[in-house]
Ligand binder design. Structure first.
Ligand SMILES: Nc1ncnc2c1ncn2[C@@H]1O[C@H](COP(=O)(O)OP(=O)(O)OP(=O)(O)O)[C@@H](O)[C@H]1O
Length: 291
């Protein structure tokens, strides 16, 4: 199974949101990482055939998805960025309703709904209406509805938005179990979401795919370039102007900085293991560093 993105460019009224994206995806988990406005949602909406690219095409097993139509949708599961479900449906009713739309027979639907409610931890509230759900619960029901047809391709736009830390961990577990024989693409601007689950990370910056690599290959790029050092508070301005700073930590009157630099930034600096947060800062920069 293969999904191929070929020369995909997308314009919104003259604004180029995606610039000539090329990439091939085989089964595995892909983390699409980029700051707000990088083009993640646009790319995902093209991959689920909700919008057509201005240029280029997407191929599923060598066939253009726009020509496959319904046959492509049959193998697709999608959690949009804005997902609310139907307020007056209970969790169970909603999933059964979507199962019906996806063409599952009653018996398959009933067992699948039960299995998915359990998987996302919503069995206890299955008789509750969605309008009473928290943001995290809505996200989880959204993930469950995307999985109803046991899709080969699962596309999750910010699946962890609104989830608390334990829900995030649960989601990682769900995704890792699913990954065999599926192409799973999840978008996020939160590094820790993908650090542990992604087989490959796609870095999107201002509409361009700037990296496609395994987390360890990305981390390897910053080998011997991440430093921890202590400075005085008044030196902060100088360091944050001259270096990419990935963490600032106040320690009494001193400040402990984590910075990315090819050269040792000062005598006291100690080399430390790169983390995905360093990768993010290296490629996307940070807001102005302040205490
Ligand atoms: N319908 C639209 N009309 C005009 N411009 C749009 C439209 N949708 C998105 N854009 C612009 O295209 C760019 C990419 O948007 P997109 O939503 O794909 O980014 P994103 O990486 O998903 O961002 P976020 O993390 O904030 O969701 C942004 O500059 C956005 O303002």
């Amino acid at each position: 199974m293969m999904l191929k993105i070929e020369n995909v460019t997308h314009h919104y009224r003259g604004f180029e949101a995606l610039k000539n994206i090329n990439c091939e995806l085989s089964p595995g988990i892909y983390g699409l990482l980029g700051p707000n406005g990088a083009g993640k949602t646009t790319l995902l909406r093209i991959l689920v055939d909700v919008i057509a690219p201005s240029k280029g095409r997407v191929l599923y097993n060598h066939r253009d998805i726009s020509a496959l139509g319904e046959r492509y949708r049959d193998v697709l599961g999608y959690l949009p960025q804005e997902f609310h479900g139907y307020r007056n449906f209970t969790a169970e009713e909603f999933l059964k309703y979507v199962a019906n739309l996806k063409g599952l027979d009653r018996q398959t639907a009933a067992s699948r709904v039960e299995q998915l409610l359990d998987m996302v931890g919503l069995t206890e509230v299955r008789k509750k209406k969605l309008k009473g759900f928290s943001g995290g619960m809505k996200r989880r029901i959204g993930i469950a509805q995307a999985l109803l047809n046991d899709p080969e391709i699962l596309i999750l736009d910010e699946p962890t938005a609104g989830l608390d830390p334990s829900e995030r961990i649960r989601l990682r577990g769900i995704l890792s179990k699913l990954s065999k024989n599926k192409i799973i693409i999840l978008s996020t601007h939160i590094v820790s979401d993908i650090e542990y689950v992604a087989d490959e990370v796609l870095l999107l910056k201002k509409g361009e795919l700037i990296q496609k690599a395994t987390p360890s290959a990305l981390l390897g790029q910053l080998e011997n370039q991440v430093w921890r050092l202590r400075i005085q508070e008044e030196e902060l301005e100088k360091y944050s102007t001259n270096y990419a700073v990935s963490n600032v930590h106040q320690l009494g009157n001193d400040i402990e900085l984590r910075i990315i630099s090819e050269e040792k930034p000062n005598e006291s600096a100690v080399n430390v293991e790169p983390r995905m947060e360093d990768i993010y800062v290296y490629y996307f920069g940070t807001q102005k560093v302040e205490l």
